[in-house]
Design a protein around this ligand. Structure first.
Ligand code: ZN
Length: 127
């Protein structure tokens, strides 16, 4: 087991949101590294919770981060101008809430938070 501290982000694949999420999580969790699991519009995928193949893939990647890296927190992300999830902020925040419930139901003993990234690429913890 590594002595470095890890956390986990289920982030959009969008290149604009990688560094903001890494920097925010390192600052707010004291993690050394952020394991990055990316899909287009992950809050939508996890809220809908119906693509079993993709959900198993996401769960497997979270499991590796939690069990092999002892990740201490999981963040799921939604953002402004998302090509994979072009819905408005109000709906995306609702999806984030539902996405957190999906991840919590996987049963990892790790807190799950929701992050929103605005049109200035600033990260906000919303859940
Ligand atoms: Zn996106």
């Amino acid at each position: 087991m590594s002595t470095k501290k890890f956390v986990t982000a289920i982030n959009c694949m969008d290149g604009r949101v990688q560094l903001p999420v890494i920097e925010w999580m390192k600052k707010h969790t004291n993690a050394d590294f952020v394991d990055m699991i990316t899909e287009p519009g992950p809050n939508k995928i996890l809220a809908e919770n119906n693509d079993s193949h993709l959900l198993q893939s996401l769960k497997k990647r979270v499991e590796i981060s939690v069990t092999k890296h002892a990740s201490s927190q999981i963040a799921v992300v939604g953002h402004f101008d998302c090509a994979g999830n072009p819905l408005n902020k109000t709906i995306q925040l609702q999806q984030l809430k539902e996405a957190i419930l999906t991840i919590q139901a996987w049963g990892f003993q790790v807190p799950v938070i929701g992050l929103w990234i605005d049109d200035q690429w600033t990260v906000h913890q919303v859940f």
